[in-house]
Design a protein around this ligand. Structure first.
Ligand SMILES: [Zn+2]
Length: 304
């Protein structure tokens, strides 16, 4: 659930070499930045944005004429297709209750959308709880650390989304939902000395997640977000085998462009800052000239 620096490593090249025309197209297209959020809540800690700041960020996106893509639009962009000039993809990891209570009403108010990667084993059934525009007393939305503690003692339903809330957000068009595995386990840490066991455990985890989403939402998905950004060659092989084609990393260094590998989608961690941060960060991320210079000084030569 927390997202330390990505642990990884190997890159997969785009499947086909680009033709001259594609190269020309690629040269004048702005990259599509993918932002990574976790919590939107007044109880903020390191990976939380307060509702007030999230509101300023979203209001600015809408005002500046940004289109928040869905995964279909983003896939089209990676394949060289057209998307609006100012496009961005908003993503949320894990599936906390605060995404429903605070992020959903703000997105809806501004006509924006986001992608949510669910730890599918953490969701329960039950009626939707009040959110910030329903005028009722709001449920507690604890800090990240307290959410983890609640999950550890079997009280995930107190801090995570319910399926009814997922359905309501889906119908409202504020979020679409994909996999962040079923259990959010770092199998490489548990079975690092036994690759066969690690691979088997990951396969089971991904199948459970895929089947749960198919059952709850009526369709399978080819989008997957790695827990804590970790993956290795075995992970990539299993994901590919199970039909996951678009793989979301925590690697901020690099740009998502037409022809970029869908198996290595770069994401930028959102900050608990107001719209001035977002404006500056997107400007850098979308600049073909300054983006790489910023990356170099910010992230150095580290291989991801
Ligand atoms: Zn996570």
């Amino acid at each position: 659930m927390n997202t330390p620096q990505p642990a990884m490593t190997s890159r997969i090249s785009p499947a086909e070499p680009e033709a001259g025309a594609d190269r020309a197209l690629r040269r004048d297209r702005a990259p599509v930045p993918v932002l990574m959020y976790h919590h939107v809540s007044p109880n903020n800690d390191m990976i939380t944005t307060t509702p007030e700041r999230f509101e300023t960020q979203m209001a600015w996106l809408a005002r500046a004429g940004y289109t928040t893509l869905d995964t279909e639009g983003f896939a089209r962009f990676l394949a060289g297709g057209e998307v609006p000039e100012r496009s961005v993809l908003l993503t949320f990891d894990d599936g906390y209750l605060d995404n429903w209570v605070y992020a959903h009403p703000i997105l809806r108010r501004h006509g924006l959308r986001a992608v949510l990667f669910l730890i599918t084993g953490c969701l329960h059934d039950g009626p939707p709880r009040p959110h910030a525009e329903r005028g009722a007393a709001l449920p507690d939305t604890p800090s990240h650390r307290d959410c983890e503690a609640a999950i550890d003692i079997g009280r995930a339903d107190d801090v995570m989304l319910r399926w009814s809330e997922v359905q309501a957000m889906r119908e409202a068009g504020t979020f679409e939902f994909h996999s962040h595995t079923h259990t959010h386990t770092r199998w490489d840490k548990l079975h690092g000395d036994d690759p066969a066991r690690k691979t088997a455990a990951l396969r089971e985890d991904l199948i459970a997640s895929r089947d749960t989403l198919a059952r709850e939402l009526g369709k399978a998905s080819d989008q997957l977000c790695w827990p804590q950004g970790y993956f290795d060659a075995d992970y990539l092989a299993v994901a590919g085998e199970l039909g996951f084609r678009y793989l979301y990393t925590t690697d901020p260094k690099g740009r998502n462009l037409p022809g970029s590998a869908p198996s290595h989608i770069h994401r930028i961690a959102a900050k608990d800052e107001d719209d001035r941060w977002l404006r500056r960060r997107l400007w850098l991320a979308r600049s073909r000239r300054l983006g790489p210079i910023y990356d170099y000084f910010r992230y150095g030569r580290r291989r991801r």
